[in-house]
Design a binder for this molecule. Structure first.
Ligand SMILES: [Cu+2]
Length: 238
């Protein structure tokens, strides 16, 4: 699982198409990945034209952005991906990343969301910091942008939408049809989580935000996808 996700990341990051999505200052030539690993015909992610934060401040200067990933790179930045750096705060002053529960998602807590979607696969990486130590949070990609309260973000993004809407049916509300990013923080309130899907956003639909929830996501029929209250939201470029 982990290995295949990294292989995907290496292949996608090595793609010339996605390299074009990254900083113009970064030369895509020096890739350690063999040419065979790059998808021959990657389709353009539908979200390519969306506004996105291309800041690479998360990476140390000089860090290779297109090199092959190894097992030692599980916590490394995805490089030339759609990248959003969110700093949580009060909605009025910070509408792109509001916290609704400052006890569990303190103002100043951060989330960086990176998305590589192409060629029929999607890899999402989220890194969080400034949260409560050793605590489990639920998290998913949601269909709408963040708003004044947690409900504004709407339901979970589903590749195949449940025709009944607001799904708690495990056939639709599952981590393959949705993007689940549950995590447990370490003693410093930091975590890195990955999610991989066997589809991309080439049908023109994509999530607009990531919600942090109070509980691990449920999977049973009738409650699948529920994860407790909505603690915070971050608009993210998918
Ligand atoms: Cu959610």
């Amino acid at each position: 699982m982990k290995r295949s996700a990294l292989t995907l990341a290496a292949a996608l990051v090595a793609s010339p198409l996605l390299a074009a999505c990254g900083s113009a200052a970064t030369a895509p030539a020096a890739s350690g990945t063999s040419a065979a690993a790059a998808p021959a015909t990657a389709s353009a992610p539908s979200t390519m034209a969306m506004g996105m934060d291309m800041s690479s401040g998360h990476m140390a200067p000089g860090t290779a952005m297109h090199g092959a990933m190894t097992d030692g790179d599980t916590k490394t930045d995805l490089g030339a991906a759609h990248k959003t750096d969110a700093v949580f705060g009060d909605f009025a002053a910070n509408p792109a990343a509001p916290t609704y529960d400052t006890a569990k998602v303190p103002a100043g807590a951060k989330a960086t969301v990176q998305v590589v979607a192409a060629g029929g696969s999607t890899l999402v990486r989220m890194e969080v910091s400034g949260l409560l130590p050793s605590t489990v949070y639920g998290s998913h990609a949601h269909v709408n942008a963040c708003g004044a309260n947690g409900d504004a973000a709407g339901g979970h993004f589903e590749h195949t939408p449940d025709p009944k809407g607001a799904s708690t049916d495990p056939q639709f509300a599952n981590p393959t049809n949705e993007i689940w990013l549950d995590f447990q923080t370490d003693a410093q309130g930091h975590a890195v989580v990955w999610s991989k899907q066997p589809w991309d956003f080439s049908d023109g639909r994509a999530p607009k935000s990531v919600i942090l929830h109070a509980m691990k996501t449920e999977t049973a029929a009738g409650s699948a996808g529920k994860a407790g209250s909505r603690l915070a939201c971050a608009n993210a470029a998918f």
